[in-house]
Design a protein. Structure first.
Length: 71
């Protein structure tokens, strides 16, 4: 029962972000995954993650370089 609830919640979340669409043309229920939107969103997330890691690395390098000079 929990697995079913998890699947339903996941489908609702994916529907809210626009990755999954439900339609019922002519009484035939259909779930469609918008693969282009998924690719665009995941690419944007990967780019932002890379930028965040690079910024953190620069800040760490800057703090390491400043530490010996302050002592």
């Amino acid at each position: 029962m929990r697995a079913l609830i998890v699947v339903v919640v996941l489908l609702v979340i994916l529907g809210l972000v626009g990755w999954v669409r439900y339609s019922s043309p002519n009484g035939d229920p259909t779930l469609r995954v918008d693969t282009e939107k998924v690719k665009e969103d995941t690419s944007a997330i990967v780019e932002k993650s890379k930028q965040a890691v690079d910024d953190a690395a620069r800040k760490i390098d800057a703090s390491i370089e400043q530490t010996p000079a302050e002592q």
